[in-house]
Design a protein around this ligand. Structure first.
Ligand code: FES
Ligand code: FES
Length: 395
């Protein structure tokens, strides 16, 4: 984490940010300034536009860490701004918004045009707003609204400001960057360390994200607990996982392969296994890193076995916590990781059931194929569309 000092909507603040956090996430998640919307997160749609040292900028492709020393103004900071107030009134009058998703970014880009365009010719306004996409209005009302504000202000004798008053073109527009001097505090990321013996160190850690899950198995808890003690059999049930050494009951080393969109990663790591036979519960703490995607992770799983169906079946309660760093962390948002973990859990439960029912390792139990995030993603989207249709159709 790195400390930065910046001014947001006139308020000076210090914050500790991860290098990969973009400015929009920082504003929305840490400062609760949710007026900055996120659409594409690729710098295309303009929904996240705000002012950085008075210049319009895309906050989805601007790292928060690069804003050290900058002055950030979001739509919330323009509540009392004269031009924005005139634009808001014009947007209402000209029906320039419907769902309003594009509107904060649109208002900030429009404000810049009002500041610097000498006359309100339609082409200049359309070109000026071409970086802000609106899926609802067809732009006619928006263009009319912006032109009307420019016309009205010029009629009142308010002259355009050359270049919108921009003078500095520094990093992200601030020209004030001082990140090189920013003190850094160590990141609690999973850099693999080795003990004197050459074994990987598996440190305890505080997970950044934790969620719950569960699954059911048609075998008694004691049988499930016994199987959980057989690391090789458990690993064989986990898609994409293979062991790289001979495991003991307390420790295992292995490889887990993940493919998420364009990124393939092979996490090499180690896990520490703790078991509590009295309570039929346990904990697995792991750490791993992938050189190619320069990503690293730490994770822990708590499980508790609960008897169901008069002890003939088991409900496995899971608490899953993780921290992720590097390239994968940039695309693996919490909801996506949670959904993928649920699918992984479902695959694991199915394979476990087969193992426990005596199916042999002849391919009937899913082996260490890659954990393919793309196919999981397609399944997830299918499930979400199905749920949405069911809601719409009232089923
Ligand atoms: S969310 Fe930033 S440009 Fe689309
Ligand atoms: S008003 Fe809906 S996207 Fe523009």
């Amino acid at each position: 984490m790195t400390m930065i000092a910046l001014t947001v909507n006139g308020r000076a603040l210090n914050a500790s940010v991860e290098p990969r956090t973009h400015l929009a996430d920082f504003l929305r998640d840490s400062l609760n300034l949710t007026g900055t919307h996120l659409g594409c997160e690729h710098g295309v749609c303009g929904a996240c536009t705000l002012l950085l040292d008075d210049m319009p900028a895309r906050s989805c492709i601007t790292y928060a860490i690069a804003c050290d020393g900058a002055r950030v103004t979001t739509i919330e900071g323009l509540d009392d701004d004269e031009i924005t107030a005139e634009l808001r009134a014009a947007f209402r009058r000209e029906h320039a918004l419907q769902c309003g998703y594009c509107t904060p970014g649109m208002l900030i880009s429009a404000r810049d045009l009002v500041l610097r365009l000498p006359v309100s010719d339609e082409r200049s306004v359309r070109v000026g707003l071409s970086g802000n996409l609106c899926r609802c209005t067809g732009y006619v009302g928006i263009v009319r609204a912006v032109r009307s504000v420019i016309d009205e202000r010029r009629r009142r004798g308010i002259q355009p400001v050359p270049g919108g008053g921009h003078s500095a073109l520094g990093p992200v527009g601030s020209g004030n960057g001082s990140t090189s001097n920013a003190p850094t505090v160590p990141v609690a990321a999973a850099e693999l360390q080795l003990e004197d013996s050459g074994a990987m160190v598996i440190p305890d850690f505080a997970p950044e994200k934790v969620f719950k899950d569960h699954f059911a198995v048609g075998c008694p808890p004691e049988a499930v607990f016994e199987m959980f003690g057989d690391v090789a059999r458990v690993a064989a049930c986990l898609p994409g996982t293979s062991l790289t050494g001979v495991p003991t009951q307390e420790r295992a080393e292995g490889l887990i392969r993940v493919k998420l969109g364009p990124i393939s990663a092979s996490f090499r790591g180690a896990a520490r296994i703790e078991r509590d036979p009295q309570n039929l519960s346990g904990r697995i703490v792991g750490t791993g890193s992938d050189q190619r995607s320069r990503s690293s992770t730490q994770g822990e799983i708590h499980y508790q076995l609960m008897p169901t169906e008069q002890g003939a079946a088991t409900r496995v309660e899971l608490s899953i916590g993780y921290s992720l760093r590097g390239m994968l962390a940039q695309i693996a948002r919490e909801g996506l990781v949670r959904d993928l973990a649920s699918r992984l859990t479902a695959d694991f439960a199915r394979n476990l059931e087969r193992q426990l029912s005596g199916a042999g390792p002849d391919g009937s139990v899913e082996g260490p194929r890659n954990l393919d995030g793309f196919s999981l993603l397609i399944d997830l989207l299918r499930a979400r569309v199905r749920r949405a249709l069911q809601r719409v159709l009232g089923q």
